[in-house]
Design a protein around this ligand. Structure first.
Ligand code: NDP
Ligand code: MG
Length: 384
């Protein structure tokens, strides 16, 4: 039987690569539904190509053109973010690929879990914000959460077949676009500079998060929730070549690593096909083309966001939700040329020092905390 997929964020970097995997494996997958924010033209093209049953466009102002574009096809069209929750709960869906960006991913993940769907999760913000609720619900509903994030996929792969305690997770980090820039130059960094990631082609938000290392901080939090490992046993190592995708150290001193070219098709296909693997004949790693793999300590002064994330994880409650909400606003402002690079961390610190802290949040508390932290960041950045 084919797996029937609902792909949220199908027009983005992960979404498009997920559709590549579907196209390469038509005997394994079919696509039931797709969702995007406002890019209705590619969404319409994808819907037709993959012969889907229905699509959601979150931005309601794009409903009409999308509806028009699909008028000759038997494809249902819905508009509004909330529609994604019913989309994923459909009886025609087996697996939900959450490739949304930001806080918007949380509710659809929860809806998918409650409907008993397997979740292939790229949207790390789901776990950064609501990891406690999400993992508890997944256990309750016996729903697997398969990581797509390359580091977490690597850790997952290292853990297959292991029953012994873990000493340490080692999350590798390319260092992002500004790795080789001296700290004194950071204040003048432009969005264009920060968008030039040395190894990965990704959406704009995660590329900026990679430059600030907010992304790596989020990945520490994500690893904590996915694998149940405390912050003290998760370390981060700079690995500029992005060949070792992450590692697990066991109590006997053994370290397992997962290696490969930096290409998200691999973790996406693994999340969908586990315990099997895709056949991708073009993937041939050439060790001699990569004779040197290096590792270095993260400069915690240059990258304060990493410690802020560790601290948010230790504080628990709404701390990481505040970090995420304020970061989203600051990154959007930076991309729009409305603030400077150091203001991103400035906005996070401002929001965290003022936001209401809820120790045991519900989903509604997270929603309120997200709004509050966004407002605080906007206030700090003097956005209208
Ligand atoms: P992109 O910005 O490329 O794509 C985001 C997708 O989500 C687009 O389809 C966008 O639609 C849609 N979207 C955004 N906001 C909403 C919303 N409110 N409602 C509905 N749809 C929405 O992001 P990426 O693919 O790079 O990243 C997706 C997630 O995966 C992020 O959480 C990221 O951290 C994570 N990730 C990404 C990696 C990568 O290589 N790209 C690697 C590891 C993790 P539209 O096109 O209409 O704007
Ligand atoms: Mg990653």
């Amino acid at each position: 039987m084919k797996q029937r997929l609902s792909i949220l964020g199908s027009t983005g970097s992960i979404g498009v690569q997920t559709l590549d995997i579907v196209a390469e494996n038509p005997h394994l997958f079919e696509v039931t539904s797709l969702a995007a924010h406002s890019n209705w033209e590619p969404l319409a093209r994808q819907a037709i190509e993959f012969d889907v049953d229905c699509v959601v466009i979150a931005d309601e102002s794009k409903y009409e053109p999308l509806k028009q574009a699909l008028a000759d096809y038997p494809i249902k069209v819905f508009a509004g973010e909330a529609e994604m929750e019913s989309l994923v709960a459909s009886s025609e869906v087996d697996v939900v690929v959450n490739a949304l960006v930001g806080y918007a991913g949380l509710r659809p993940t929860v809806a998918a879990i409650k409907a008993g769907k397997k979740v292939a999760l790229a949207n790390k913000e789901t776990l950064v914000v609501g990891g406690d609720i999400v993992m508890r619900l997944a256990a309750e509903h016996r729903v697997p959460i398969m990581p797509i994030d390359s580091e977490h996929s690597a850790i997952f792969q290292c853990l297959v077949g292991e029953h012994s305690p873990i000493r340490r997770l080692i999350v590798t980090c390319s260092g992002g676009a500004l790795r080789d820039l001296p700290i004194e130059k950071l204040a003048d960094v432009t969005a264009e500079q920060a968008l030039k990631h040395p190894q990965w082609q990704m959406g704009a938000k995660i590329t900026i998060d990679s430059a600030t290392l907010v992304n790596k901080g989020f990945e520490v939090i994500e690893a904590h929730w996915l694998f149940g490992i405390p912050a003290e046993q998760i370390s981060v190592l700079i690995h500029p070549q992005s060949i070792v995708h992450s590692m697990v150290e066991f109590e006997d001193g053994a370290i397992k690593a997962q290696l490969g070219s930096p290409d998200m098709h691999m973790p996406i296909s693994y999340a969908l096909m586990y315990p099997y693997r895709a056949s991708r004949p073009s993937e041939r790693f050439d060790f001699l083309a990569h004779p040197t793999l290096t590792f270095a300590e993260v400069d915690r002064v240059k990258y304060p966001a990493l410690d802020i994330a560790y601290d948010s994880l230790r504080r628990g409650g709404t701390a990481a939700c505040v970090m995420n909400g304020s970061n989203e606003v600051a990154v959007a402002a930076f991309l729009a040329g409305k603030c400077r690079y150091p203001d991103i961390v400035g906005a996070i610190e401002y929001a965290q020092s003022r936001a209401t802290f809820v120790a045991q949040p519900t989903l509604d508390d997270y929603a309120a905390s997200n709004l509050e932290s966004r407002a605080l960041a906007a206030e700090y950045l003097k956005l209208k």
